[in-house]
Design a binder for this molecule. Structure first.
Ligand code: SF4
Ligand code: SF4
Length: 687
């Protein structure tokens, strides 16, 4: 006889009828809960779902493919959950166990329904049965291990992880469902007495059945029936409660993974038509967020990864990306749920009551929170949308507002004359595009390289290296204006657009296709912001360009027995270079060449947080132009990390980082040098 078992073995017909009745009720409660959340999301600005589904099947698939891929790799494959030690293991085990048990239960039901039609369709037997039983037995154990790991972690109450009373209920339900599932299996085996492979394929069930060996067949059946109902009721209550607990991320998480537009360093533009239509800029009420942003609020499981990565939170500023998401979620629930007509309780406002101005202005736009979120929630875009409104309403004051005014009046945040822009290049013989229209590459200097004395030395070093390598380059000189990157991240979208359009026109005049930039903020803006307004360029960081020159033999770095005076070196990855644009190996390659000797490789020491996982210097998001309490400086945290490596030279690849890390290192009374990668190479070459 083939090994198999009856799906509703020992369960009377009347109980089966009640079971299916309760299934319908449970699914109705579940669907109603999801529908209520869906109605909240729907009140956001439309995200063009109709356009997404318009056109030929091929076009629709092309649009859906990235989301489907994310679902597969990051949802089912748990790609973004991995790599965090115990929480990752706990989630992985629980997820794998849950999915397998869910799949197993579904298959069991399919078999039950199909075998009701014809015995020939009964597939839950033979080899399939053996594999099925064994797989579910093993995955059930993994599921319980995952639950226990989570339980242990929750008892330790890590500060960044959210705690709700329902969390205990959720974990308790999981464990109770898992345990009653095994008891059920053990009791079934106790009264069915399977033998051979039919018993061995459920090793855990068999073990439990041995514990019930003293029970009579009738007692085992009776106990089996009772546990069956307890198990079923636990499952029903659990399913019905999903939309009302943290488990909602089961639904909203995958949906957000599918719909998110996850390009780090990219912002959605605002058009004048949009402003005229809505009579506002940015977001002043929670319903002004788009539908995907509202959905994303429900995807948050308060894992705290964003908070752990946030430089503002790490330096005691009033910003936690997790809290922003949770506060907005509460406001969405409160303000978008229909209220009784006679309700007189005023609703909290978005700005001021829910999100404080200091919270918005604390963000360095470093994208660390976006990068680490397992379900691709984007607190940075939520913050930028709210900033846009605050700037539009004229509530931004202080040094950042001054910088914006200067960008408007003088096309640079220092407010220095445009005519002085090329002064840094005096005596270097750097040709302008007008003087050398047939250039190979345009060197974009940026405001810091043009006006900041320290950053000017970086621009000079780059020009010397370019000339040393015989590169046919040009600069824009007086015709270059601020990219507007800081303005855009601060929320002044139209100032950014004005500057961008002026620069795009200048670049078009000289038919620029390839741009070299030493500033990652300029690089990111020219690459990802300008392409939204018709400016399509190949933009390359100076460390990439120099690395290429070395590889091509155009820039010769002779081997030396003298490793120079750099000593041990560390490198700080700028957020907009490493995280937003994935550029982190080129600077390291140049450093190895610049500082290594033929007889002794460079003593290169990595900081704990490096490459995409770098920690901000504190200058992004327009924070460069804001006063910072010395006790709350992000640059101090990063400088300490750099100095903890024992480095005598801290290399950087960004003029903002150069300023911030220099300040941070100086605050530690350290004699370590902070130098741009290009400066170190120029020093080695003696150019
Ligand atoms: S926003 Fe993402 S990373 Fe932050 S707590 Fe929520 S789920 Fe975790
Ligand atoms: S972008 Fe950076 S500073 Fe802003 S909330 Fe996210 S992690 Fe914090």
């Amino acid at each position: 006889m083939q090994p198999t078992r009856e799906t509703f073995g020992n369960i009377p017909h009347s109980s089966q009828v009640i079971f299916y009745g309760l299934t319908v009720v449970t699914m109705a409660v579940f669907a109603y809960g999801i529908w209520r959340r869906f109605k909240l999301w729907r009140q956001g600005a439309p995200i063009g779902l109709k356009q997404l589904m318009a056109g030929s099947l091929q076009q629709i698939w092309a649009r859906l493919q990235p989301g489907a891929r994310r679902l597969w790799v990051e949802g089912l494959g748990q790609k973004r959950v991995r790599g965090r030690g115990l929480p990752s293991w706990a989630h992985g085990l629980l997820f794998a166990g849950f999915m397998m048990l869910f799949l197993g239960t579904t298959l069991l039901e399919i078999d039950h329904l199909s075998s009701g039609i014809s015995e020939a369709l009964h597939f839950h037997r033979g080899t399939y049965y053996v594999v099925y039983e064994f797989t579910l037995d093993v995955f059930g154990v993994l599921f319980l291990i995952g639950c226990i790991l989570f339980l242990w972690r929750r008892t330790r109450r890590p500060a960044s992880v959210g705690h709700q009373a329902t969390d205990w209920y959720v974990l308790g339900s999981f464990i109770a469902i898992g345990v009653t599932g095994y008891l059920l299996e053990g009791l079934r085996m106790a009264w069915q007495q399977p033998t051979g492979i039919a018993a061995q394929c459920s090793p855990v069930g068999l073990l439990i059945a041995q514990g019930f060996s003293g029970l009579s067949n009738a007692a085992a059946r009776s106990a089996h029936f009772t546990v069956w109902w307890i198990h079923a009721l636990l499952v029903f209550v659990f399913i019905a409660s999903i939309p009302h607990t943290r488990l909602m991320h089961f639904i909203a998480g995958p949906m957000n993974l599918f719909l998110a537009q996850p390009v780090l360093g990219k912002l959605v533009p605002v058009s004048m038509e949009e402003v005229e239509k809505t009579e506002r800029i940015g977001v002043s009420a929670v319903a002004h967020f788009n539908q995907q942003q509202l959905l994303s609020l429900d995807a948050c499981m308060e894992c705290g990864r964003c908070e752990d990565a946030c430089p503002a939170f790490a330096t005691d500023k009033p910003l936690s990306p997790k809290k922003v998401v949770q506060d907005l979620k509460r406001l969405m629930t409160l303000s978008l749920t229909p209220r009784p007509a006679d309700s007189s309780t005023p609703l909290p406002a978005l700005h001021g009551d829910t999100i404080q101005a200091e919270t918005l202005w604390s963000c360095t736009a470093c994208s660390a929170c976006v990068d680490v979120c397992p379900v691709r929630i984007d607190p940075l875009t939520l913050i930028t949308d709210m900033r846009r409104n605050r700037v539009g309403e004229g509530t931004l004051s202080g040094t950042a507002a001054t910088a914006l005014r200067r960008m408007q009046s003088s096309s640079n945040p220092w407010g220095l004359p445009a005519a002085d822009r090329p002064n840094w290049s005096e005596g270097l013989g750097a040709p302008t595009a007008r003087e050398n229209p047939n250039f190979e590459v345009l060197y974009w200097i940026g405001c810091a390289g043009s006006y900041d004395r320290r950053a000017q030395r970086v621009a000079r070093a780059v020009v010397k290296l370019l000339k040393h390598a015989g590169v046919n380059f040009a600069i824009l000189g007086r015709e270059e204006k601020c990219t507007g990157e800081s303005a855009r991240r601060l929320g002044d979208e139209f100032l950014f657009q004005e500057l961008a359009q002026a620069n795009i026109a200048t670049l078009a005049k000289y038919n620029v296709r390839k741009i070299l930039a030493h500033c990652p903020h300029c690089l990111n803006s020219l690459l990802k912001d300008y392409s939204q307004f018709g400016g399509q360029y190949e933009v390359i960081h100076h460390t990439q360009f120099i690395s290429q020159l070395i590889k091509e033999g155009r820039l010769k770095v002779p081997g030396s027995n003298d490793p120079g005076n750099a000593g041990a070196v560390t490198y700080h990855d700028p957020c907009y270079l490493a995280r937003a644009n994935g550029i982190h190996e080129a600077p390291r390659e140049v450093l190895r060449t610049a500082l290594g000797a033929s007889s002794a490789p460079v003593d290169f020491r990595e900081m704990l947080r490096n490459r995409e996982k770098t920690f901000c210097c504190g200058a992004g998001g327009g924070r460069m132009w804001m006063e910072e309490d010395p006790k709350q400086r992000v640059s101090t945290v990063r400088a300490k990390e750099a100095l903890a490596t024992g480095a005598k030279t801290v290399a950087v690849g960004c003029p903002f980082c150069l300023t911030m890390i220099t300040d941070g290192v100086a605050g530690q009374d350290s004699s370590a040098r902070v130098m741009d990668v290009a400066e170190l190479l120029a020093e080695k070459l003696g150019v």
